[in-house]
Write a protein that binds this ligand. Structure first.
Ligand code: NAD
Ligand code: HSE
Ligand code: NA
Length: 434
């Protein structure tokens, strides 16, 4: 059989991992595809003496590589949305299939890229873009295709979960753990993407389209990171039986779709509450199968290369099946995507953890609960801690689900009470029961 020719553009954590994996598992992969996979080109600005690149053409002109005749599949692992965009579009225009790990590129330009690929009769595969080595794209696109998916919730940033875990379990400082995540190759080139929730929002954009059959709409994701979380809230949440995880949540409601990324209290006995370190997990609630959970490494060279190479295998197995024979990029037929409205933050409904800093006098709690009750907000639990410096007491309140607009008004009224000393801290809470 003719060898399949591959160009790998970008030779960092993921590109290097893909070269190694294709070489290490070459025989196993050939048995699965029926073809030898030959890396003909790598695109990089610098050499990688730790890799064996003998017989492979090395160039830093990535756009030129994407046009070469001895390339069937272009693997884009450069990152960013400028050169990566041009390389992917050039590859498509030259009739190459593309494999990419670039969730930022697809969340922002995926509608255009998939349309171009469909017009050109090529495929853009992106298993590595979400939850690293976990085959969640294949699950949503194929494994669950009989179901109406109701909601999904995932720990989808490995760096953030690694930071939260190390801080909680070992009391390490945020900056110190972030530096380690960078050294291990987990973090984005700009790590604010990880810690401010942007990377998770990119991934949620992709998951939501695959789950619900909607166009990619990154700009509509409500996004909060982990940088404002305090050790105090982590401890109080644990006293009440919850863990705080940074989740991406996509949910259908009667009013529209909620797309949100934020720290979330989850009951500690849920499996997903116990997903730690660089591990990711995605919980999917569907109408026929019920809830299913997918778990594994969310970042790093090996796990991400595993997804890249699996996409290459998939493409090779489908050679000759171009056009209508392939699974649609976004799981639903391109002309069957629905423009279901995406809700604004104040239209979303969640339960809350509230932390108030109150003066220690009689009547304060009655005033607070009065405000909540007049707003129709049900309280699930109240915890009053002992007096701290300046005579204030922290009061923790867990509520039942409430419309965010209603909660905003109630918090404004609570903060206006003279006995409330600081802004109310709020963290969303999800039971994730399915
Ligand atoms: N690292 C992970 O665990 C992981 C996991 C999933 C997805 N991703 C995604 O994979 C992609 C690559 O990530 P990475 O961690 O391997 O990044 P990286 O920074 O380690 O590697 C990127 C490589 O691209 C090269 N590059 C960038 N611009 C170039 C140019 N103009 N010409 C030539 N070479 C150029 C860089 O020199 C570098 O070697 C990103 O889109 C990232 O979001 C990474
Ligand atoms: N920076 C990303 C890489 C995997 O997409 C993370 O930490 O999850
Ligand atoms: Na994946």
């Amino acid at each position: 059989m003719k060898p399949v020719k591959l160009a790998i553009l970008g030779l960092g954590t993921v590109g290097g991992g893909a070269v190694r994996l294709l070489q290490d598992n070459a025989a196993e992969i050939a048995r699965r595809t029926g073809h030898e996979i030959q890396i003909t080109h790598v695109g990089s600005r610098r050499a990688r003496p730790d890799l064996s690149l003998e017989g492979i053409k090395l160039s830093d002109d990535l756009l030129d590589i994407a046009k070469q005749d001895d390339v069937d599949i272009v693997v884009e692992v450069i990152g960013g949305t400028t050169l990566a965009h041009d390389v992917v579009m050039t590859a498509i225009q030259h009739g190459k299939h593309v494999v990419t790990a670039n969730k930022a590129l697809l969340a922002e330009y995926g509608n255009e890229i998939f349309q171009a690929a469909e017009a050109a009769g090529v495929y853009v595969a992106f298993e590595a873009a979400v939850a690293g080595g976990i085959p969640i794209i294949k699950v949503l696109r194929e494994g669950l295709s009989a179901n109406r998916i109701e909601w999904l919730a995932g720990i989808i940033n490995g760096t953030g979960n690694f930071i939260l875990t190390e801080m909680r379990e070992k009391g390490r400082a945020f900056e110190d753990v972030l530096a380690e995540a960078q050294a291990l190759g987990y973090a984005e080139a700009d790590p604010t993407f990880d810690v401010e929730g942007i990377d998770a929002a990119h991934k949620l954009t992709l998951l939501a389209s695959l789950a619900f059959g909607i166009p990619l709409q990154f700009e509509k994701v409500y996004t909060e990171g982990i940088t404002k979380l305090t050790a105090e809230d982590v401890t109080y949440a644990e006293e009440l039986g919850y863990r705080i995880k940074h989740l991406g949540i996509a949910k259908r409601t009667d009013a529209g779709i909620e797309l949100r990324v934020h720290p979330t209290l989850i009951p500690e006995n849920r499996l997903i509450a116990n997903v730690n370190g660089v591990k990711n997990a995605v919980l999917v609630q569907s109408n026929a199968v019920g809830s299913t959970l997918y778990y594994g490494s969310g970042a790093g060279a090996g796990p991400t290369a595993s997804a890249i190479v699996a996409d290459v295998v998939d493409l090779v197995r489908n050679f000759g099946n171009e056009g209508t024979g392939r699974v649609p990029h976004l799981a639903f037929q391109p002309d069957a995507l629905h423009n279901t409205p995406i809700l604004n933050a104040d239209q979303m409904t969640t339960a809350y953890y509230l932390r108030l800093t109150a003066q220690d006098h009689p009547g304060v709690l009655a005033d607070v609960t009065g405000i909540l009750s007049r707003a129709g907000i049900n309280i699930d639990a109240i915890l009053q801690k002992s007096i701290q410096a300046k005579g204030n007491v922290p009061v923790i309140i867990l509520t039942q689900p409430v419309l965010e607009a209603t909660m905003n008004t109630a918090i404004r009224d609570i903060e206006a009470l003279s006995a409330i000393e600081a802004p109310v801290v709020r963290i969303r809470l999800e039971n994730l029961d399915g």
